[in-house]
Design a protein around this ligand. Structure first.
Ligand SMILES: Cc1cc2nc3c(=O)[nH]c(=O)nc-3n(C[C@H](O)[C@H](O)[C@H](O)COP(=O)(O)O)c2cc1C
Length: 242
């Protein structure tokens, strides 16, 4: 049995009967069918004060659920309407609030699969919005799935139950859900491996720093200090100035 992973969907429209939220439910439904634990932070829950970096120290109560859901997630699905060719202010503001995850063990959306869905009245707005969403996910250190989905409401309709009448778009949404779950599982497994390796090191008092043993530090640089001297362009190690 595969380990359960958590996938959170964040929907950027608070309009009753929102197409964005229906498309998002379809993606989350598929992720749940594939064994993920899913949750949805809908538009109404994103009605947060405008993010202000001057008052961002500590987690703000209004954003608590959003931050907790993202911090616990292995995968994220972002869904936005096209508003004048880009992401809705509601969702963009919510993404700005993720600044408060900056000092977490997995900052922002690090190590998480991110699937994006953009819905417009036409293709042009849907496609430009999808690009903006994927750029924001990237800036937040998320791992965009290979497939992002643009939806034109002129081409596809969604029922309240989350069914889509366009087979091609439905297939894209379910494929993207599978990509989120697959990547989330892979990352989850890697983290579990890392925890086991750390436990083993803790139990073996003779073991050196495990990163030094396998030659890689978490920042992607070799942890072997001596190697620092051998890297081109890096100053040789010098004794600390006293
Ligand atoms: C303020 C505003 C701006 C919009 N701008 C665009 C746009 O630039 N391109 C487009 O295709 N649709 C645009 N639309 C239409 C919405 O993207 C479309 O109706 C979408 O389905 C709304 O999502 P919702 O059903 O989840 O609320 C706009 C709608 C609003 C309210």
């Amino acid at each position: 049995m595969q380990k359960s992973v958590k996938v959170v969907g964040i929907g950027g429209s608070s309009r009753p009967g929102s197409t964005v939220e229906r498309a998002l439910r379809l993606v989350l439904g598929e992720a749940a069918r594939l064994g993920a634990e899913v949750s949805l932070v809908g538009g109404a829950e994103l009605e947060l004060p405008l993010f202000d970096p001057r008052t961002a120290a500590g987690r703000r109560p209004a954003a608590r659920r959003l931050l907790a859901e993202v911090a616990a997630a292995d995968g994220v699905v972002l869904a936005s309407p096209a508003y004048h060719g880009t992401v809705s202010g509601l969702l963009k503001n919510a993404l700005d609030h993720l600044e408060q995850l900056r000092d977490d063990v997995r900052p922002y959306m690090s190590g998480r699969a991110v699937g994006c869905v953009a819905v417009g009245q036409g293709w042009q707005g849907a496609v430009t919005t999808l690009g903006a969403l994927r750029d924001a996910a990237h800036a937040l250190r998320g791992w965009n799935t290979p497939l992002g989905v643009a939806v034109s409401t002129a081409a596809a309709r969604f029922t309240e139950a989350g069914e889509c009448d366009d087979r091609h778009i439905r297939d894209q949404l379910t494929t993207m859900a599978a990509q989120v779950v697959d990547f989330a599982r892979a990352q989850h497994a890697l983290r579990a491996q890392d925890v086991h390796a750390q436990d083993a090191r803790t139990q073996d008092p003779h073991a050196q720093n495990g990163h030094a043993q396998n030659g890689h530090a978490q920042d992607g640089l070799p942890a072997d200090h001596a190697l620092g001297d051998r890297l081109p362009g890096r100053p040789a190690a010098v004794a600390p100035v006293r």
